[in-house]
Design a protein around this ligand. Structure first.
Ligand code: SF4
Ligand code: SF4
Length: 221
């Protein structure tokens, strides 16, 4: 090893120590890029696709969101509202944009553990009640806690509206069957209708035109 190589190694050693010190000292003057979570939180944009939220007061139970979901993680049950049933106003009535609610949404669950955050369910929602929020802190100890329940109906209320809907359906079916029976009875009791008059005879076909008489043979010349 010559003197030149010794001096080159020495120079390289000093410069690499200097470079490392510069990087270390830079940390004191540069702005930090990390956050002291959970004391500090990143502010996500408003249209971030994080946890889903359904404003249940605006849900008409149309099932469009569930049909759009590629992983089938939205579960909806509805019951048709029976006429004249007295239930709390928030279950029926109208949505924010004036759509009439004709179904009780007895179940509206979203399994966020299965959700792939594609946002496809929010676009078909006719009332824009289903949205993705910027809320991202959703860790839980029990996986079942990731199934979000949005329906506010209690089990006794669900039982009551289901029973009323079944009774109304049965009454409608009975009325329909009675109407059909009455119609059949009326048809039996009615006198047989007179036979329709015979159709007029077809006009006789025109007589065929007589064939041209054969020509007389010419006399011999
Ligand atoms: S974001 Fe996508 S995966 Fe999640 S519930 Fe909506 S449609 Fe389904
Ligand atoms: S598409 Fe909207 S209104 Fe229809 S069931 Fe889903 S959340 Fe409710």
């Amino acid at each position: 090893m010559g003197l030149g190589s010794y001096i080159a190694d020495l120079y390289e050693g000093f410069t690499s120590v200097w470079d490392a010190m510069v990087v270390g000292l830079q940390g004191y003057v540069d702005k930090p890029v990390t956050l002291e979570y959970p004391d500090e939180r990143v502010r996500l944009p408003k249209n971030s696709r994080m946890q889903l939220f359904n404003r249940i007061e605006d849900c008409i139970g149309c099932n469009m969101c569930a049909m759009a979901c590629p992983v089938d993680c939205i579960y909806i049950d509805t019951v048709k509202a029976a006429k004249g049933e007295a239930m709390p106003e928030q279950y029926l009535g109208k949505t924010r944009d004036g759509k009439e609610k004709k179904l009780y949404v007895t179940r509206f669950d979203i399994d966020m553990a299965k959700c792939c955050y594609c946002n496809l369910c929010t676009f078909p929602c006719p009332t824009e009640g289903l949205t993705m929020t910027p809320r991202f802190e959703a860790s839980v100890l029990n996986r079942n806690d990731l199934v979000y329940h949005f329906s506010q109906m209690t089990p006794p209320e669900i039982e009551k509206v289901t029973k009323a809907a079944e009774e109304e359906k049965k009454a409608a079916e009975a009325a329909k069957a009675a109407a059909a029976d009455a119609k059949a009875e009326a048809a039996k009791a009615a006198p047989p209708a007179a036979a329709p008059a015979a159709a007029p005879a077809k006009p006789a076909a025109p007589a065929p035109t007589p064939a041209e008489p054969p020509k007389a043979p010419e006399p011999p010349k």
